[in-house]
Write a protein that binds this ligand. Structure first.
Ligand SMILES: NC(=O)c1ccc[n+]([C@@H]2O[C@H](COP(=O)([O-])OP(=O)(O)OC[C@H]3O[C@@H](n4cnc5c(N)ncnc54)[C@H](OP(=O)(O)O)[C@@H]3O)[C@@H](O)[C@H]2O)c1
Length: 119
């Protein structure tokens, strides 16, 4: 079964500057989505936007902060003129042995994901 065409659907994609989000960006662009690529590293996002071509925009912000989330959503609205979908692929993957884990680092690494629900 082939994946459905996205026909210009406007999508804010969090975590597009690396890993799963970057791969997702390529897959969505190939199906005709209009993407706003989001993360904190503008340079990585700009390189990907250039590769994906016309229609790919960039917004930077930290989803662990309210200001960052607001900045990402307003940036995407400005760039795309509206939004149909938000996809959150942003997060931190930190493998640490359980018996030496640091609670502060645990909280920091899990902060981005729950915060994104507020967008
Ligand atoms: N890779 C796996 O096998 C796997 C398996 C299961 C679950 N996961 C989960 O999936 C998520 C993504 O994994 P990944 O392998 O794609 O990680 P990754 O390659 O490190 O990419 C993480 C992405 O999240 C963004 N990000 C992180 N913190 C952010 C913040 N505070 N504000 C805005 N953007 C932020 C990063 O962008 P910037 O650095 O530009 O901000 C980057 O684009 C993680 O939560 C991970 O735990 C991964």
């Amino acid at each position: 079964m082939s994946a459905p065409a996205l026909n210009g659907a406007r999508i804010l994609l969090l975590g597009a500057s690396g890993g799963i989000g970057e791969a997702t960006a390529r897959a969505l662009a190939a199906r005709g989505a209009r993407l706003c690529l989001a993360g904190r590293r503008r340079e990585s996002l700009a390189v990907l936007a250039t590769e994906l071509g016309e229609g790919a925009a960039v917004a930077t912000g930290d989803i662990a902060t309210e200001q960052g989330r607001r900045s990402l959503v307003s940036g995407a609205l400005n760039e795309l003129g509206g939004l149909e979908l938000l996809i959150n692929a942003a997060g931190v993957l930190d493998f640490v042995p359980f018996d030496i884990h640091d609670p502060g680092a645990w909280n920091a690494s899990s902060a981005p994901t729950p915060s994104a629900r507020c967008c």
